[in-house]
Design a protein around this ligand. Structure first.
Ligand code: GNR
Ligand code: NI
Length: 184
């Protein structure tokens, strides 16, 4: 198994639209396994293939407390959206940022399992929110796209600052490594 690298906003690859999985084979099973491992290591409740730079319509989810009820959804599709619900969201591709997003409360959706079974379900609650969030990823959409222009602007400034800080600490690390132990 392999832990995959999660892309971070504003990486343009997060904007790519994933293609349907044509055939469920060992390659797809391996991608799903690696995605699950990556999701668990990163501490997320869901992960879309887009986030690990794989442009295929694959989602993994585990909202269980004990992290032992994983779901792999191939070619997930929303059939019906009903009601409204606001909840706080976060995203592994937008680290350290959380905000309230409005989504449908009840959804009906379909997907194919790794065993090639077609499933159709009606759900609500956290799972419904998570699935909407993950399908958005497959379409190149992020939860921060729903923010007001003011909030978005604040977020962009914060990310810009973080980038500068990160670059600075990397540079000084490099300097530390380069400097011989003159004092000793
Ligand atoms: O770990 C995650 N938590 C979360 C919380 C509220 C709504 C959606 C999510 S999904 C997120 C993991 C992630 O980024 N999946 O794409
Ligand atoms: Ni996300």
């Amino acid at each position: 198994m392999t832990i995959l690298k999660v892309l971070h906003f504003p990486d343009e690859r997060l904007r790519l639209k994933a293609a349907p999985v044509e055939e469920i084979n060992s390659e797809i099973a391996e991608i799903a396994e690696n995605m699950l491992e990556t999701m668990y290591v990163e501490g997320g409740i869901g992960l879309a293939a887009t986030q690990v730079n794989i442009q295929k319509r694959i989602i993994v989810i585990d909202i269980s407390e004990n992290k032992n009820e994983s779901l792999t959804l191939i070619n997930p599709k929303i059939l019906k959206l009903e009601g409204e619900e606001e909840s706080q969201e976060g995203c592994l591709s937008v680290p350290d940022y959380f905000d309230v997003v409005q989504r449908a409360k009840n959804i009906e959706f379909s997907y194919t399992t790794l065993k090639n079974e077609a499933v159709r379900k009606k759900i609500d609650g956290l799972l419904a929110i998570c699935i909407q969030h993950e399908i958005d990823h497959l379409n190149g959409k992020l939860f921060i796209d729903y923010l007001s222009p003011l909030k978005r602007d604040r977020l962009m400034k914060k990310i810009h600052k973080q980038r500068i800080k990160k670059r600075r600490s990397k540079n000084s690390e490099q300097l530390d490594n380069e400097s011989p132990n003159k004092i000793l």
